[in-house]
Design a protein around this ligand. Structure first.
Ligand SMILES: Cc1cc2nc3c(=O)[nH]c(=O)nc-3n(C[C@H](O)[C@H](O)[C@H](O)COP(=O)(O)O)c2cc1C
Length: 153
């Protein structure tokens, strides 16, 4: 068949500009997840979003055009700033399953978050795309294992 893949992947990080009040922040995050998930389900995007120590990190995959549109909205969002793209490329296939899952320290991923220590990596400079991709894939495996799902690749 003469079909060419047009799947793309973006990995970026940014600084969160969420409320300092914990209750307000929780509500902002819940809103953010609700809208993003709905949008991603509609445009068949898959994604993992990490929020740790004031930094967002997201890996987002999908159809090239849908990804462009989604990312154009994301960069303009005032809930974060200093968006830095680490990778934006075409990929042969998807690696993520969820439309959007938020990973933070409340979810029991501290061992992985501590091991990767994003805060240190981001303050030192732009980390390698492969390193961030592995981090996200490891989080996804851990997330799915929590839910009793084993992914064979
Ligand atoms: C860190 C971060 C990650 C986001 N991730 C997504 C996402 O994966 N998909 C999405 O549609 N919107 C995402 N958004 C929200 C968009 O910026 C935007 O608010 C949303 O898509 C609704 O856009 P609209 O109000 O123009 O309809 C994210 C926002 C932030 C701050």
């Amino acid at each position: 068949m003469l079909s060419r893949s047009s799947h793309s992947r973006i990995i970026y990080y940014s600084r969160s500009v969420l409320d300092s009040d914990i209750e307000q922040r929780k509500e902002q995050i819940a809103n953010l997840i609700r809208t993003s998930r709905r949008q991603n389900e509609f445009s068949l995007m898959t994604s993992i979003l990490v929020l740790d120590k004031g930094w967002f990190t997201q890996m987002l995959e999908g159809d090239r055009d849908a990804l462009n549109q989604t990312f154009n909205r994301i960069v303009q969002d005032s809930r974060h700033k200093e968006v830095r793209i680490v990778e934006w490329r075409e990929v042969p296939r998807r690696e993520l399953l969820p439309s959007l899952e938020l990973i933070d320290r409340e979810g029991g991923f501290n061992d992985i978050l501590d091991r990767y220590n994003l805060e240190e990596a981001y303050t030192r400079g732009t980390p390698k795309a492969g390193w961030l991709r592995e981090f996200i894939i490891e989080l996804q495996s851990s997330l799915l294992a929590q839910r009793g799902i084993e992914v064979l690749t």
